[in-house]
Design a binder for this molecule. Structure first.
Ligand code: BG6
Length: 511
């Protein structure tokens, strides 16, 4: 007798079944902010457009604006029109817009939270949202505690019966280890750990998830993924933009806290971790935590860290102003807009392989990549002149843009001349060429995961703490060093960053 074939409509493992969120609603605090308009609202629409939200899905905005629901709907409309990834579909919009509500109020206004409570009850009634609410804190960190406290006070954090309440916390999770712990204490007093979703949007990027697929779905890379073959790893997140309208946030934070503490250390963890026993949240976090626990800072931070601040320069053919001339930035600011750091992962696999991290605003171009540089062949049976222009083999995972993977290796230059000449060539995989599907935005994936209660892509508190433990001494060191070096906008950062690598006999890649 043959086995009955599973009914694809009933088999929850069937890959063809889209992951559709159940009855639910998203409440965004800080709905007037940049993130909300550029990323969250468009992501909600794109999810709805892809059929991944339930018909009664509702979006509630909470902010200090004297808006009616219609004003809020107009703001969402404009944000979606400008930033959504998928095409405009009137019927999708109309259905979604029926679930828009706006609650005006301050974060310390008890009446506003009572209004929020009433709004939620009304949505459960008319939209069938089932008491399931995710509260998204897209607000400055100083408001995290008061808002979480209000949710508790007004009975919004506790779910009744089988329904759920979740809280989504945008970075930065604190500004150092102490404040991260304080924040965690506040949040965990109100929400159990499985209901807390910390956003690191890099983990929502397809190409970042591909790091694990690349490493663990293939047999040919893992054998060389260690100190026997790898010389060093460079992780770059370069941006061509300045700080835009975020002076208030950025000047308090700087490049290291903004990007290294979260995105870049998460990339280090994914590149360096051992194979997890399963691809579930627990197993992944265990392996990432091991890497972060094994990270050691260099003994001489003055030699192996670097920071800078962009000066005026040119970008894309237009003159741009320096950081200190940006609106609302004090002329005496010592906040870094560029940060670079050497780290070592003290494990058997990685002993002696430096990881170099760098990030900066107003650099030559926007690019995020992980470049694994391999050791040179121990012997080259060619004449010296043949190998003059031969570099190190490298595997570059291009996170963005031009998402893909490049393998660089030496090849013989064609020709019949007397001598052999070798030169580096690239072998390229580009997402755009290999797949017809376009990648969803990171926030689409993450918002959907929150609504589904799916935690693998959200860092746990322990990872956040470990990351601050790594970074705190670096920031404390810089605080004793006076002003950061200025670098020209449109260039590749301060000379001290080049010197940092030169001390190790290496150079930064020019992506
Ligand atoms: C954010 C930082 O986390 O990432 C910003 O706060 C930065 O300063 C942004 O511009 C970059 O994100 P992406 O996805 O464009 O690389």
């Amino acid at each position: 007798m043959t086995e009955p074939s599973p009914n694809p409509l009933r088999d929850p493992q069937d890959r063809r079944l889209p992951r559709i969120a159940g009855p639910s609603s998203l409440v965004i605090f800080g709905v007037t902010g940049d993130l909300s308009r550029k990323k969250l609202m468009p992501a909600v629409y794109d999810l709805a457009n892809r059929g991944l939200l339930p018909p009664g899905f509702s979006l509630v905005g909470f902010a200090r604006r004297d808006w009616a629901d219609e004003d809020f709907a107009q703001v969402v409309h404009d944000a979606v029109k400008e930033h959504a990834r998928t095409p405009w579909r009137e019927e999708v919009w109309n259905q979604l817009a029926e679930g828009f509500r706006f609650v005006p109020g301050e974060f310390d206004d008890d009446d506003a939270f009572e209004r929020l409570k009433a709004t939620i009850a009304e949505l459960d009634e008319v939209r069938g949202t089932g008491g399931n609410y995710a509260f998204y804190l897209s607000i400055p960190p100083k408001f995290f505690a008061p808002v979480v406290g209000q949710l508790k006070e007004h009975g919004l954090a506790q779910a009744a019966g089988a329904s759920w309440r979740r809280v989504v916390v945008e970075k930065p999770f604190g500004r150092d280890l102490t404040t991260a712990r304080q924040l965690n204490a506040v949040v965990s007093e109100v929400f159990p750990s499985e209901s807390v979703f910390r956003i690191d949007h890099y983990l929502g990027k397809e190409t970042v998830q591909n790091i694990l697929a690349f490493r663990f779905a293939n047999a040919m890379f893992e054998p060389v993924w260690n100190s026997h073959y790898v010389d060093h790893v460079q992780i770059t997140m370069a941006e061509d933009i300045g700080i835009g309208g975020r002076a208030g946030y950025y000047d308090e934070i700087g490049a290291a806290r903004d990007v290294i503490q979260n995105h870049l250390l998460q990339l280090v963890a994914l590149v360096a971790m051992e194979e997890p026993i399963a691809f579930d949240a627990r197993s992944l976090r265990v392996e990432k935590q091991k890497v972060l626990s094994a990270v050691a800072l260099p003994g001489r931070l003055d030699q192996h860290s670097a920071r800078g601040q962009y000066a005026a320069g040119w970008q894309g053919g237009t003159p741009v102003q320096g950081y200190l001339q940006e609106q609302d930035i004090p002329a005496s600011s010592t906040t870094e807009t560029y940060a670079a750091l050497r780290l070592d992962v003290e494990t058997r696999r990685w002993g002696g392989v430096p990881f170099y991290l760098r990030t900066g605003k107003r650099l030559g171009r926007r690019v995020t990549e992980v470049a694994v540089s391999f050791k040179r062949a121990p012997h080259l049976p060619f004449s010296e002149t043949a190998t003059e222009s031969l570099g190190q083999n490298a595997l570059v995972m291009r996170i963005q843009p031009d998402e893909g993977v490049t393998l660089r290796f030496g090849a013989k230059v064609p020709g019949t001349g007397s001598g052999t000449e070798l030169r580096d060539v690239n072998m390229d995989f580009a997402y755009g060429g290999a797949f017809v599907e376009s990648s969803p935005e990171a926030y689409e994936r993450l918002i959907l995961d929150v609504l589904l209660g799916d935690p693998p892509l959200f860092p746990r508190h322990e990872e956040v703490e470990l990351s601050w433990q790594i970074l705190d001494p670096v920031i404390a060191h810089w605080a004793t060093q006076g002003r950061p070096e200025q670098y020209d906008a449109g260039g590749w950062g301060p000379t001290c960053a080049d010197q940092m690598l030169a001390r190790d006999g290496r150079t930064w890649r020019r992506p």
